[in-house]
Design a protein around this ligand. Structure first.
Ligand code: NAD
Length: 491
């Protein structure tokens, strides 16, 4: 059995280690999860939600430990980790504890013209949910699908990122301590080979959060097995600053949104389109914001480390590519030299052509290109030119206009006069279109994703409806059906 070592990217220090799960053992874990499914899915929903309420309380009691573990493995500030991972996760659990029963209620349906038939949709849990998650919000991102699946009645086999195994292990421990039940949540550890083994194992539904490249592979494997898959993938999110926007607030949001977890956030602001009339004023407000940001060493920092050397290479490549194509770097544009850890300076870039890598791909670093556009229409067209479609934001003093523009964006989520907030809003679906994914998390759709909707009809009069209308034996002729058609649909 191998070992996964967790390293703090801020300090380079080893934080701890876990044993990896041999890929050939993953199938057994799924078999045990399937056995546990019998009891868990048979537990009345109120009882399941009561146990999830206990899970929530335990997370609240142990929030410091969660935040410290996340901070140690990702290099985040523990306060940021508490806000982003603990509080947002608590909000999701609290939401489903309160709402899941309603979201999964039986829905009766109209049956016209079969007036003697009653019909309803039941949401039946699919079985074992495989959950594969990334490193950047290592508590929150596994928790969203895990809690959604559990509330729906599924059991879960979770493979956390190999970069943050201790946080993954902690989720398993907390689930056990909360008394959810043996094998209701199982954590397997390892890299792509273990993830791949989970995808190939006998799971009934898969939730994958991570890069588009790996997501595509997961989808192909799920396609071969004909199981549903929810893919929460990368983004290249646009911010649209219109001429009537509050420029000070927009600039602060842009600086924060572009450097959240050093830009390694799926809903990070990755491109800003500013209407010509206010471009200069906005840019100077943004420059002042960037001047205040501090990356890397020292006691006080706003922009944390880049998770791996490979990721730092991507950021450097995107900046070099933009410069080669004529872009001008106004702030940053280089690594931050520190004794330990890996940091990249918050970087502001202008005059970036539309085909530069940072405009077409996810940079996943603290880099923000700002582009001048003539008007709202050009801003919308530029935003929509991306193959990604996760999140975006619209800045305007006119809320109705904001919503109107939001509805023109080809993205799964949009915030008007804010950034990234949708991820912390569990009442609405979160997901992407295009290269950003398939399916959604959160909201009613996010829990129903772990169910198959089963349609049930009941013949109310004791006479089968098909016999009543004449579909069954003895057979009716063409004239009869034509007359019925005219009677029913002539209006
Ligand atoms: P990644 O794709 O490298 O890894 C994600 C997970 O997939 C890890 O657990 C990894 O071990 C596993 N994996 C790797 N190869 C696999 C394979 N062949 N089969 C199955 N699993 C495999 O992503 P990452 O670097 O950890 O995270 C960053 C990416 O995640 C970014 O693109 C970011 O935008 C995206 N992300 C998306 C969302 C969202 O909600 N849309 C949220 C956070 C992060």
């Amino acid at each position: 059995m191998g070992t996964l070592v967790s390293v703090n990217p801020r300090t380079g220090e080893t934080v701890g280690s876990v044993e990896t799960t041999p890929p050939e053992r993953v199938a057994e874990v799924v078999v045990r999860a399937r056995r546990a499914f019998e009891a868990w899915s048979g537990t009345p929903i109120r009882e399941r939600l009561a146990r999830l309420r206990g899970f929530k309380r335990l997370i609240l009691d142990r929030g410091d430990e969660v935040a410290e573990t996340v901070a140690a493995e990702t290099g985040k500030d523990p306060a940021d980790a508490y806000l982003q991972d603990v509080l947002v996760a608590l909000n999701v659990v609290a939401h489903y504890v309160r709402r899941a029963e309603r979201y999964l209620e039986v829905r009766s349906a109209r049956t016209w013209p079969f007036v003697t038939t009653a019909a309803a949709t039941f949401f039946r849990p699919r079985g074992v949910a495989g959950v594969i998650s990334p490193w950047n919000y290592p508590f929150l991102l596994p928790m969203i699908p895990t809690v959604s699946a559990l509330a729906a009645g599924c059991t879960v086999v979770l493979k956390p990122s190999e970069v943050t195994p201790l946080t993954g292990e902690l989720i398993g421990r907390l689930a056990d301590e909360a008394g959810l039940g043996t094998d209701v949540v199982s954590v397997i550890q390892g890299g792509g080979d273990v993830g791949s083994a989970l995808v190939e194992a006998d799971v009934d539904v898969l939730s994958f959060t991570g890069s588009t490249a790996v997501g595509r592979r997961v989808a192909e494997a799920a396609g071969r097995r004909l199981i549903p898959v929810i893919l929460e993938l990368g983004g290249n999110d646009a911010m649209l600053v219109l001429e009537d926007a509050d420029l000070g607030r927009a600039a602060r949001a842009a600086a924060w949104g572009a450097t959240l977890v050093a830009g390694q956030t799926c809903v990070a602001v990755e491109r800003v389109y500013v209407v010509d009339e206010v471009y200069d004023e906005f840019l100077s407000a943004l420059e002042s914001q960037f001047d205040r940001l501090n990356a890397g060493g020292g006691d006080r920092w706003d922009v944390g480390p880049i998770i791996t050397e490979a990721q730092l290479g991507v950021v450097e490549r995107h900046v070099a590519d933009a410069v080669e194509r004529g872009a001008k770097v106004l702030r940053g544009g280089h690594r931050v030299e520190t004794k330990r850890g890996r940091f990249y300076a918050p970087t502001l870039v202008v005059d970036v052509p539309a085909d530069a890598l940072m405009m077409t791909e996810e940079t996943f670093g603290p880099v923000l290109p700002v582009v001048r556009v003539a008007d709202e229409d050009e801003a919308v067209a530029a935003a929509n030119s991306s193959a990604y479609g996760l999140h975006g934001s619209v800045w305007t003093a006119d809320k109705r206009r904001g919503v109107r523009v939001a509805r023109r964006l080809r993205t799964g989520t949009v915030a008007v006069n804010d950034v990234a907030v949708n991820f912390a809003t569990p009442g609405i679906p979160f997901g992407g279109v295009g290269l950003s994914g398939v399916g959604v998390a959160l909201g009613p759709e996010g829990i129903r994703a772990y169910c198959h909707p089963q349609g049930v009809t009941v013949s109310r009069l004791g006479v089968p409806t098909t016999q009543l209308v004449g579909a069954a034996l003895p057979r009716r002729g063409l004239r009869y059906w034509k007359a019925l058609g005219r009677l029913l649909y002539r209006w």
